[in-house]
Design a protein around this ligand. Structure first.
Ligand SMILES: [Zn+2]
Ligand SMILES: [Zn+2]
Length: 336
């Protein structure tokens, strides 16, 4: 189910908070996702309350304190607490975290409030920290390069080496230069204000998608059953066997294909969660449902992802494949 109305978002937030009570060790990703739903429902004050709860825990208990701070700042700025938001953002910039996500949220927040110069500075600082010359650019860092490319186009800067890198890494079917062309936004010659407005809306939506996706870690995760678990699952619940759940080899191939389809369709933040029969049975029991019901599988995957159990996909080409074969992704399921 994809929540759409404010009431749906509140219901989903409540469900995630109940899951957090059930799995306290996974409360951080569940809180972040619940807060995102509260923001979407317009209950920004309650979302701030969740961020504060995470930030008041001992530092060792919070896995991503800078991400939580960045999300809190983005949320505060949206409901009239600009000064507080700016103070948090300044703190993050000074601290210089080595993860891409907090920088992405900070830059996106500044850009959303038309502070292009500051957004550019933030992306510059982040990439200086995170880009290692000559090494493969991780997927999360790539979105910082893309954001910087967009901001620089809006500011009218010429391309530099990082812009060229952004262009080279882009796999979208429209080139970044076309997508980020400020003339599409501000073309003085355009006599059609409606057209101009549509472009602005489109670019805003692009930015909105990034922020929404990042504030909800791994919203789309596919379910991977390791070989022994798949055998045990189909043995215990033969009704689950279908074209996707047949042989283990076929199961793995279909997962990779499904992820590539989602990726090509522009779905950001993809991940893989690994299922085990005991945890699946426990989940079924908590939902008062039968494990033999195939409709339960996507809910199980969503819940594992919300608990922060997803590993991001795609892996780096040279990193170990997600399937656990021990081979590099490019020589295993990442083979072109
Ligand atoms: Zn370009
Ligand atoms: Zn593999």
């Amino acid at each position: 189910m994809r929540p759409d109305t404010p009431a749906d978002h509140i219901t989903e937030a409540e469900r995630l908070l109940r899951t957090a009570a059930q799995y306290p060790e996974d409360h951080e990703p569940l809180f972040l996702q619940a807060a995102a739903h509260l923001e979407l429902a317009g209950d920004r004050a309650r979302a701030t309350g969740l961020y504060d709860q995470l930030l008041s825990a001992p530092p060792t208990d919070t896995a991503n304190p800078y991400l939580v701070k960045a999300l809190k700042a983005a949320n505060l700025w949206e409901y009239g607490h600009e000064a507080e938001a700016r103070a948090i953002i300044d703190g993050i910039r000074v601290a210089g975290p080595l993860q891409a996500a907090p920088w992405q949220i900070v830059a996106g927040t500044l850009e959303a409030h038309d502070e292009l110069e500051a957004a550019h500075d933030v992306l510059q600082t982040a990439l200086t920290l995170l880009l290692a010359p000559g090494e493969e650019v991780p997927y999360a860092t790539q979105s910082l390069l893309t954001g910087r490319h967009r901001v620089r186009r809006l500011m009218g800067h010429d391309h530099d080496a990082w812009d060229e890198l952004a262009d080279a890494l882009s796999t979208a079917n429209v080139s970044l230069d076309e997508l980020h062309d400020p003339k599409r936004l501000w073309s003085l010659g355009s006599s059609d204000p409606g057209e101009l407005k549509a472009e602005i809306t489109r670019l805003r939506a692009e930015l909105g998608t990034y922020r929404a996706a990042l504030s909800r870690p791994f919203p789309v995760a596919v379910l991977h059953w390791p070989e022994a678990e798949l055998a045990e699952l189909l043995d215990a619940y033969p009704s689950l066997a279908d074209e996707e759940y047949t042989t283990h080899t076929e199961h793995l191939a279909r997962l990779e294909a499904a992820l590539r389809d989602l990726h090509a369709g522009g779905t950001p933040n993809l991940g893989i969660v690994a299922g085990t029969v005991p945890s699946y049975e426990a989940f079924a029991a908590s939902e008062a449902a039968s494990p033999a019901d195939p409709n339960l599988l996507p809910q199980y995957a969503t819940t594992l992802a919300a608990r922060g159990r997803a590993i991001p996909w795609p892996p780096a080409r040279s990193a170990a494949c997600w399937c656990g074969s021990g081979r590099a992704y490019r020589e295993c399921h990442g083979v072109a």
